[in-house]
Design a protein around this ligand. Structure first.
Ligand SMILES: [Fe+2]
Length: 338
């Protein structure tokens, strides 16, 4: 009997301990993510070690994940949805696949400019869409803004991927938000006029085309330069070494971010994971995994990113990038941007 009582006391104290420190309470959380980096898994493992909550990861393209959540409806397994573009986060929000979430920790970790206006998603990392140019052929002092790219001087020199790419759609959406539809349309038309070739390939392919002399200025997300420089593919390393980066005034930024699934069955655990991923400890690792900027302002970017120099971002409400997405696609199409 004494032994039995001792075990009861032990179990109760362990539970109090676990409750206070959040350890070992178990359960699971299902993450639908389009990010595919080994370090993400490392962080999930750390989270499990800390909380006892098992993280099940389902990786796929963002559109595929959105489609899947739509089809699964109330029966979905998704608890946390992670993407690498704000346009897709917004799409998930308007399709009713996410739920708003406010906690003291999330509000403290992520500034208002890097979360959804209605708190449906929070940024995890920040990436900038910048210029990678051939320094021997481009006098970069002639360029200050994105608008300078449509100057006739750069006819046949601009490399940029297709208008079906969400990064370009978000870029044009940001111009609609800042300067209006007409401005964004004229810019798109000017870019088409100055293209070195019909859009093809991904961001890295544009950098490679600058290096090989097919054009002079590529529009590219910052982290691809990191990925190329540290790639095992020699062509990528050499191409990245040949270009220089330029951050136009009012640099366009986009985010990788996460939101709680509307029909999450493990909501408490999903909140805990989101709080963990935005925390100071996790942010550095999470951002550096993909050469991105941390979303938590208390965490400094890596030395590698700092070597790119500082920049001032557009200051556009990121929610608008999602809201103007279809308008942007329409304008780019009308401008003849393939
Ligand atoms: Fe990307």
């Amino acid at each position: 009997m004494k032994k039995f009582a001792f075990f009861i006391v032990l179990i109760i104290s362990l539970n109090i301990f676990a409750g206070v420190f959040g350890y070992g309470q178990g359960g699971e959380v299902n993450v639908y993510t389009s990010r595919h980096y080994d370090t993400d898994q490392k962080l999930y493992d750390e989270f499990t070690k800390l909380t006892g909550i098992k993280v099940n990861v389902i990786k796929a393209g963002e559109d595929e994940l959105i489609e899947r959540m739509k089809n699964e409806g109330k029966d979905t397994n998704a608890d946390l949805f992670i993407t690498s573009d704000v346009g897709r986060l917004h799409r998930a929000k308007i399709l009713g696949l996410l739920q708003p979430m406010v906690t003291e920790t999330l509000t403290r970790n992520i500034p208002a400019s890097l979360r959804d206006r209605d708190n449906y998603w929070y940024a995890l990392t920040v990436r900038a869409r910048v210029l990678a140019y051939a320094p021997e052929r481009v006098d970069i002092t002639k360029i200050k803004t994105y608008d300078d790219l449509i100057n006739p001087e750069w006819k046949g020199k601009i490399l940029i991927r297709s208008s079906s790419n969400i990064y370009n759609q978000s870029l044009v959406a940001s111009f609609i938000a800042m300067y209006g539809e007409e401005w964004a349309f004229n810019w798109s038309k000017g870019i088409v006029k100055n293209m070195a070739r019909e859009p093809k390939g991904n961001d890295r392919a544009q950098v490679i085309a600058v290096a090989s002399g097919e054009g002079d200025i590529a529009v590219v997300n910052t982290y691809y330069i990191g990925k190329m420089l540290f790639s095992s593919d020699k062509q990528q390393v050499n191409a990245a070494k040949k270009v220089k980066l330029y951050f136009p005034e009012k640099t366009h930024i986009n985010v990788s971010g996460a939101g709680i699934a509307k029909y999450s069955k493990n909501k408490e655990n999903a909140i805990k994971l989101l709080e963990f991923l935005t925390s100071k400890d996790a942010q550095k690792e999470f951002a550096e995994a993909n050469y991105e900027y941390p979303a938590n302002p208390e965490v400094e970017p890596s030395d590698f990113l700092k070597s790119f120099g500082e920049f001032t971002s557009q200051g556009v409400d990121l929610t608008l990038l999602g809201e103007y997405n279809s308008k942007a696609v329409e304008l780019m199409d009308k401008a003849g941007w393939k």
